[in-house]
Design a binder for this molecule. Structure first.
Ligand code: AMP
Length: 218
């Protein structure tokens, strides 16, 4: 594989975050989750964080200009020299066009687009059952991948929390945003023959293996 710029696409709850973390560890390239960046800004109560939080909690997207600036800045950092794993960006056609331009300016950086596929019933189960470690960000699911001890992270013993946007109303809104804004961009990449569909069903470890095998062959 010539480039390590990987882009995870797929509906909310498809496993983008879990898999991006795992693949990042394997390949040693940074994992950039735009959702994590916004949540961190929210915790720090920066202007950006507070403005984004209102939208995020309702399940609405944050405007393209804000998101593009965040990603441009993050990708310009030294650790992204050899590439990065994008999780949650691009989510709109405008963001995809911006990223195309950005990658053209980065010498030799092609992007590999991985589309994690999962049916809507599974998506709901993944989102409603999701719990996240407040310290290290490890992702669990109380139905499918529970921690050893209720509410406690296996890795560092910290408390697990439920994301404020993992409630029924916000989930409905996020799936709508996905259909309206992100599906057109997935169709756009598919028409360009640039998309690699990956089956998102199964245990997290099995999906990671599927992904790594695919990357080895590419
Ligand atoms: P995620 O953690 O990827 O599920 O993102 C959580 C929320 O952050 C989304 O529902 C949006 O409100 C916001 N967000 C994250 N990434 C983007 C993006 N690329 N464009 C717009 N909004 C985003």
């Amino acid at each position: 594989m010539s480039s390590h710029m990987l882009i995870f696409l797929g509906p909310p709850g498809a496993g983008k975050g879990t898999q991006a973390r795992a693949v990042s560890k394997e390949l040693g390239v940074p994992h950039i989750s735009t959702g994590d960046i916004l949540r961190e800004a929210g915790r720090k109560k920066t202007g950006l964080g507070l403005a984004a939080k209102t939208r995020m909690d309702k399940g609405d997207l944050v405007p393209d200009d804000v998101m593009c600036r965040i990603v441009e800045e993050r990708l310009s950092e030294l650790d992204c020299r050899e590439g990065a794993i994008l999780d949650g960006f691009p989510r709109t056609l405008g963001q995809a066009q911006f990223l195309d331009q950005l990658l053209q300016q980065r010498e030799g950086d092609g992007a590999l687009l991985l589309n994690l596929q999962l049916e809507p019933t599974q998506v709901i189960k993944r989102l409603t059952g999701r719990r996240v470690c407040s310290e290290c960000g490890e992702i669990y699911n109380i139905y499918l991948n529970p921690p050893h001890q209720d509410g406690v992270c296996n890795k560092d013993g910290s408390e697990l929390f439920q994301r404020p946007d993992d409630n029924e109303d916000a989930i409905r809104q996020r799936l709508l945003a996905y259909e309206r804004e992100t599906v057109p961009l997935i169709d756009y990449y598919r028409r360009k023959n640039a998309l690699h569909d990956i089956d998102g069903n199964g245990e997290p470890e099995a999906i990671t293996e599927r992904l790594l095998n695919f990357l080895k062959r590419t």
